[in-house]
Design a protein around this ligand. Structure first.
Ligand code: RIB
Ligand code: CA
Length: 329
């Protein structure tokens, strides 16, 4: 069983990743920290509580609110993709009794910053802890600035971010998480901590269509299945208009799968650098992935392939186990 800390900017696909992690017996989610990215960190933290409220747990992971803006640049959010509340506007949904359809979990939030909770967890678990980064890397970079020696004890960082042999999703050269805080990403890739990367090159191989989501959720009348339908609508509509299909890429779920089912994935070692100054290339992740360059020193393992069908089947088997016949709460 792997102990993990998730740092996220929920965000619709962050929500799917958090639900997958919390339903993965191979993992123990020790803590979750939030960061500004898809949406401002105040809203991202409210969204985190709403996501955890789906799980009705007796004990929740330790939770902390992280940084509200990147290290150097102004914040760029993606409400146009994830909805005004960053979670498909599920915060506006109420049941017949007038109560929120997806109420927040009755959980506490630590009186620590995201970076401080990360350092606290590294102190406690050292090389037993894997950090899963699903948003801009601001909190992780700040934790490294505070105590670089301690952060080197981390077992690994598994992050969703970057793009190498495709176009970006913010500019033609950059993926969102790296684009928002390229300075933090540069510091993380220069840290010497073992890093596994799930770039757009692999996350684009997994396509969750609206049709598949309907098929997987219509017979399972449970809170999670209705949340999956409600939270992804805005995102799927954005994809219909701007990407060309009604569905979405569940980017952030892939790092979770890389930890629990590594045999679904193929990765190669590479030396990754991050552009922090370019006008046209800010946030670009640069690495030479040609086989002939494999003997060079590397600072990351880049995931380049996934068995998309097996991973999607696994995703639904964990989030909506077929035996689950809960009535809608
Ligand atoms: O580029 C995709 C990444 O940016 C995902 O983590 C998504 O949630 C956004 O944060
Ligand atoms: Ca994210």
């Amino acid at each position: 069983m792997k102990r993990i800390l998730i740092d996220a900017d929920p965000g619709v696909d962050d929500a799917l990743a958090i639900l997958l992690a919390m339903n993965s017996p191979e993992l123990f989610v020790e803590a979750i920290t939030t960061v500004s990215g898809n949406i401002h960190v105040d809203q991202a933290t409210e969204n985190l509580f709403r996501i955890l409220g789906l799980l009705k747990m007796s004990e929740y992971p330790l939770l902390a609110k992280g940084e509200n803006r990147p290290l150097v640049l102004p914040l760029l959010t993606a409400a146009h993709v994830h909805g005004e509340d960053g979670l498909g506007n599920v915060s506006t949904l109420y049941n017949q009794d007038g109560n929120p359809l997806y109420p927040p979990a009755d959980a506490d939030i630590a009186d620590l910053s995201g970076a401080e909770l990360i350092l606290e967890m590294v102190d406690r678990y050292a090389d037993e802890l894997t950090l899963v980064a699903l948003g801009p890397l601001t909190n992780i970079a700040l934790a490294m600035r505070k105590d670089p020696i301690k952060m080197r004890k981390l077992h690994a960082i598994v992050l969703m971010g970057g793009v190498f042999r495709e176009y970006g999703n913010v500019t033609t050269t950059a993926e969102f998480n790296i684009y928002v805080d390229p300075h933090a990403a540069h510091e993380v890739f220069s840290s010497g901590i073992p890093i596994q990367v799930a770039p757009l090159d692999v996350t684009h191989q997994v396509v969750l269509t609206g049709e598949r989501l309907s098929a997987e959720t219509e017979e399972q009348q449970c809170l999670v299945s209705s949340f999956l339908r409600d939270s992804t609508k805005a995102c799927m509509e954005f994809y219909r208009q701007h990407v060309g299909f009604y569905g979405l890429h569940i980017h952030d779920a892939l790092p979770i799968g890389m930890l629990t089912h590594p045999h679904f994935f193929k990765s190669i070692d590479a030396y990754v650098q991050v552009e922090t100054e370019g006008n046209l290339t800010r946030g670009m992740t640069i690495a030479d992935l040609r086989d002939s360059r494999q003997e060079r020193t590397h600072n990351a393992s880049i995931c380049i392939e996934v068995d998309a069908d097996r991973f999607l089947n696994h995703f639904f088997s964990r989030l909506i186990p077929k035996s689950k016949t809960n009535t809608r709460q």
